[in-house]
Design a protein around this ligand. Structure first.
Ligand code: ADP
Ligand code: MG
Ligand code: ZN
Length: 733
C-alpha cells in the first residue's frame, strides 16, 4: 500500500472513529488538522475558544492507534468529569490524582502496567514525581496533552507554578509529541505557552474566538434580583451561573432566589470545602438550577448546557468577562450573557483600586476598569467590541445577537438634556459653594424630596424637578456618564466623588452647540427571539430530560455525560423510533446506542402513542459545528491571511510568513468565503485542476470530501478541496 492510500484510509478511519465513539458526524473547525498533526508526531498548540471541542482532539488521537495518551489537567473535578464522559462512550480512560485512596491508586497503576487504558488523566504534581516519570517509560505513551495550557503563564488568570515544570518532560522524552490546548485569547499568554513549553517548532492552530451562539446583553442595573428572576423566568427549566463580586452577595442572592422557589446555591472560596464541592456537584448534576458564585467558580466546569451567565456586578476586566461568559453554551446552543451595569458599581470598584498598595497595579486595574465600563456603555456591537479587545477584527458590523445589534440604541438630539444637567450642576455649585456627587445631582433633577435636598435648600433651584418627566433616574445617570465621556463633566474622587463642570462644560453653557447623545438603555429590554433551531417538542424534551436525569443518577454521573441538550432537542424534533434513526442523533455512538437506545426509544414511542408528532423544519445548525454555523465575523488573523492572499502570495508563503500551518491558512480562506468575501480560486488551482476536482465532486457530491479526495488519488489537500467546495458551493446556492 502506498502512502497516499494509507492517508486516505486514515481519513476515513478518523471520521468513523468520530461517529463510532462520540456519535458526531463532522469535525469542528481545526479539530481534524490538530488530530492529524498529533498523529504524525508533531507538537501542536491548539487555541480554540471554550466549547470549541478541544478535548476531542486528544481523545480521538488517543483512539486512532495503540498506546496511551497522557492528559495533564489542572483540576481534579475536571478529570473525573472527562473520564466519566469517556467511559459513558465506552472508552477505557482513568485518572490519577490526590482524590484517590492508596488502594485505588495501586489498582489503577496495575491496570496501566497491563495496558488496559487508552487515556490517562493526571495532575501535573503527580506526573512530575520521579516514580510517575519512570512509569511513563513503561506505558507506551505516544501523546502528551496539556489541557488548560494557559496555567503555565503568569499573565493568565489561573497561573499554576507546577505547569512550569512540564518543560522538563521535553528533555526526558524528546520524541514524545506534545499537544497544548487552551482557550486563552491573549497574545501574551499564547506566547508564553509556546516558549515555556518549547513548542516553537510545533504547529499552531488558532480558531476565531467569536462565540456565535452567545447573545450578549447589558442592562442598566436597577433592581438586580428582579432582573435575574426575569432571565430565569424567560427559560424556566434552564440552568445558569450568576457571578457576584462578594461572597456575601452570592449567599444573599441565592437566598433571595430560593424564596422565589428557585433551586439556587452559593459558591465561593470562603465556604467549607465540603459544602463548596457539594454545591458545585449539585449544579453539575442539574439538581439545582442556579449557582450564585464568585469568580472562584468556573475553570474547568465542563457542564455543557449552561444556558445563561449573568454578571450581577461589573467584572474586573474584559478578559475575565469573556472567559466567564464563555462558560455558557459550550454545546453550541443559543445561550444568554447578561451584564447588569450600574455606575455605582464603578465607583465601588474605584475605591477598591485606590486601596491597592502598588501604584503600577492601580494603574493597570484602572485602565482595565475603564475598558470594562466602555464596553458596558458602548452603543456598538458587543461582539465586535469584545473580539477587538483580543485583537480580532470583525467584518460584519451587525452580529444579530447582541442588544445593540438587535435594538440599536439611536442617537438623538440631546442638546436640551445637556443644558438640563449642566445647569443643574452649575446651580448647585453656585448656591452651596461646594460640589456634590452624581447621585445628588440626579435627585435634584428628578425632584426627589431627600433630607439633603431640604437641608441644602436645593428644592428652590430652578433645576429642581426639571428632568422628572423627561427621563428615569438610571437614564439620567447614563446621560451624566456620557457627558463625562464627551468631556462636559468630570468626576473628581478626592476627597469625595464629585461631579463638576469642565471648561468645555462651562463654555457650553455660554455658547450652546447641538449635541447628539445615545438613547439611554432602559432597564430590562426585549429579548432576542429564540432562533429557529430551538424549535422542538417541548413536552417530549422535558420528558427526555427527566429520563436523562434518572439514568444519570443511577450511574452517578452528571446528566450531560449521558446526552447533551443538543442530542435531546434533536430527539424531540426528529422523533427517532428505531436504532438506525437513533444513531443519527448527534452524540449517539455505538456504546450509547447500546446502553441507552432502548430506554430512550421506548419513551419516545410511548410519547407518540399519546401525542401527535409535531413538524419542525429540518434543523440546520445544531448538528453542525456552532462555530461554522454562523461565521459572519472575520477575525483579524483571517483578515491578514485574506490580505496576503489577495496580494498574490501563495498559501505556502503565507503559512511560512505567519508561522502557521497551511491548513490553518486554508481554513482562514474558507472562513472568509463563508463570511461573504470572494477569493480568486484561479490563484490556487489551474483551470485543468478545477475541472478535475469538479468532476470528482460531481461524482461524490459536495458533502463527501473524503470520497472526492480518494477519487482524485490524493493529489489535492483537504484545504484545496474545501476551498473549491466553498467557492462553488456558494455559487450554487
Ligand atoms: P473545550 O474544551 O474546547 O471548551 P469541549 O472539549 O468541552 O470544549 O467540547 C465542548 C462540547 O462540544 C462538548 O459537549 C463536546 O462533546 C462537543 N463537541 C466536540 N467536538 C464535537 C464535534 N466534532 N461535533 C459535535 N460536538 C462536538
Ligand atoms: Mg476543555
Ligand atoms: Zn452585535
Amino acid at each position: 500500500m502506498n502512502s497516499s492510500h494509507a492517508s486516505i484510509s486514515n481519513q476515513v478511519a478518523l471520521l468513523s472513529l468520530l461517529k463510532e465513539h462520540f456519535g458526531f458526524t463532522s469535525f469542528r473547525p481545526l479539530q481534524e488538522e490538530i488530530i492529524r498533526d498529533a498523529l504524525a508526531g508533531r507538537d501542536v498548540v491548539a487555541l480554540l475558544p471554550t466549547g470549541g471541542g478541544k478535548s476531542l482532539c486528544f481523545q480521538l488521537a488517543a483512539l486512532a492507534r495503540p498506546g496511551l495518551t497522557v492528559v495533564i489537567s489542572p483540576l481534579i473535578a475536571l478529570m473525573k468529569d472527562q473520564v466519566d464522559a469517556l467511559q459513558a462512550n465506552g472508552i477505557a480512560a482513568t485518572f490519577l490524582n490526590s482524590s484517590l485512596t492508596a488502594q485505588e491508586s495501586h489498582d489503577r497503576l496495575q491496570s496501566l502496567h497491563r495496558g488496559d487504558y487508552r487515556l490517562l488523566y493526571i495532575a501535573p504534581e503527580r506526573l512530575m514525581l520521579p516514580g510517575s516519570l519512570n512509569d511513563l517509560l513503561k506505558w507506551q505513551v505516544n501523546l502528551l496533552a496539556i489541557d488548560e495550557a494557559h496555567c503555565i503563564s503568569e499573565w493568565g488568570h489561573d497561573f499554576r507554578p507546577v505547569y512550569r515544570r512540564l518543560v522538563e518532560l521535553r528533555d526526558r522524552f524528546p520524541a514524545l509529541p506534545i499537544m497544548a490546548l487552551t482557550a486563552t485569547a491573549t497574545i501574551r499568554v499564547r506566547d508564553d505557552i509556546r516558549t515555556l513549553l518549547r513548542l516553537e517548532d510545533g504547529a499552531s492552530y488558532v480558531a476565531s474566538f467569536n462565540r456565535p451562539n452567545l447573545r450578549y446583553r447589558v442592562q442598566a442595573k436597577v433592581n438586580p434580583s428582579e432582573q435575574v428572576l426575569a432571565v430565569l423566568q424567560a427559560q424556566p427549566h434552564e440552568s445558569g451561573i450568576v457571578y457576584c463580586q462578594s461572597r456575601k452577595a452570592t449567599e444573599q442572592l441565592a437566598e433571595r432566589l430560593q424564596a422565589y422557589g428557585i433551586l439556587a446555591k452559593p459558591y465561593h472560596a470562603g465556604l467549607p470545602t465540603k459544602e463548596r464541592i457539594r454545591h458545585q456537584e449539585l449544579f453539575l448534576r442539574d439538581e439545582i438550577q442556579v449557582i450564585c458564585a464568585t469568580i472562584a467558580f468556573g475553570m474547568g466546569i465542563n457542564k455543557s448546557n449552561v444556558r445563561f451567565v449573568i454578571h450581577y456586578d461589573l467584572p474586573k476586566n474584559l478578559e475575565s468577562y469573556y472567559q466567564e461568559t464563555g462558560r455558557a453554551g459550550r454545546d453550541g446552543l443559543p445561550s444568554d450573557c447578561v451584564l447588569l451595569f450600574s455606575a455605582g458599581d464603578t465607583v465601588k470598584q474605584q475605591r477598591f483600586i485606590n486601596e491597592k498598595p502598588d501604584m503600577k497595579e492601580q494603574q493597570i486595574a484602572r485602565a482595565q476598569l475603564e475598558q470594562m465600563v466602555q464596553y458596558a456603555e458602548s452603543a456598538t456591537c458587543r461582539r465586535v467590541e469584545l473580539l477587538r479587545y483580543f485583537g480580532e477584527e470583525v467584518a460584519q458590523e451587525n452580529c444579530g445577537a447582541c442588544d445593540n445589534c438587535l435594538s440599536p440604541r439611536d442617537a438623538y438630539d440631546g442638546t436640551e438634556d445637556v443644558i438640563t444637567v449642566l445647569s443643574c450642576v452649575a446651580q448647585i455649585r453656585l448656591k452651596s459653594g461646594f460640589g456634590v456627587g452624581q447621585n445628588h445631582v440626579i435627585e435634584v433633577l428628578s425632584g426627589a424630596k431627600t433630607e439633603k435636598v431640604r437641608r441644602w435648600g436645593h428644592e428652590r433651584l430652578a433645576a429642581y424637578g426639571k428632568g422628572k418627566n423627561v427621563h428615569s433616574r438610571p437614564e439620567w445617570a447614563a446621560i451624566c456618564r456620557e457627558l463625562i465621556k464627551l468631556g462636559y463633566l468630570q468626576q473628581t474622587t478626592e476627597p469625595f466623588t464629585i461631579l463638576e463642570l469642565t471648561p468645555q462644560g462651562r463654555d457650553f453653557l455660554q455658547v450652546r452647540q447641538p449635541v447628539m447623545l445615545t438613547k439611554p438603555m432602559s432597564a430590562p429590554e426585549r429579548k432576542a427571539a429564540p432562533s429557529g433551531d430551538l424549535a422542538h417538542d417541548e413536552e417530549l424534551f422535558n420528558r427526555l430530560r427527566q429520563l436523562r436525569k434518572k439514568v444519570a443518577d443511577e450511574r452517578d454521573v452528571p446528566a450531560y455525560v449521558v446526552f447533551s441538550d443538543v442530542a435531546l432537542r434533536q430527539m424531540a424534533r426528529e422523533y427517532p423510533t428505531n436504532d438506525r434513526e437513533f444513531l443519527q442523533v448527534s452524540g449517539v455512538g455505538s456504546r450509547k446506542l447500546e446502553e441507552f437506545g432502548a430506554i430512550f426509544l421506548s419513551t419516545i414511542t410511548e410519547h407518540l402513542g399519546a401525542h401527535s408528532r409535531q413538524n419542525f423544519p429540518k434543523e440546520s445548525s445544531v448538528n453542525q459545528s456552532p462555530l461554522a454555523a454562523r461565521k459572519k465575523s472575520l477575525g483579524n488573523t483571517v483578515q491578514e491571511t485574506l490580505r496576503s492572499f489577495r496580494s498574490g502570495k501563495s498559501v505556502e508563503e503565507i503559512a511560512k510568513q505567519r508561522g502557521l500551518v497551511t491548513s490553518t491558512i486554508y481554513s482562514h480562506l474558507e472562513q472568509a468565503i463563508q463570511a461573504g468575501e470572494s477569493i480568486d480560486i484561479n490563484q490556487l488551482l489551474t483551470p485543468a485542476h478545477q475541472t478535475r476536482i469538479a468532476a470528482a465532486f460531481a461524482q461524490t457530491g459536495f458533502g463527501n470530501l473524503t470520497g472526492a479526495k480518494e477519487l482524485l488519488h490524493d493529489l489535492y489537500d483537504y484545504g484545496q478541496l474545501r476551498l473549491f467546495r466553498a467557492v462553488h458551493g456558494k455559487r450554487n446556492q
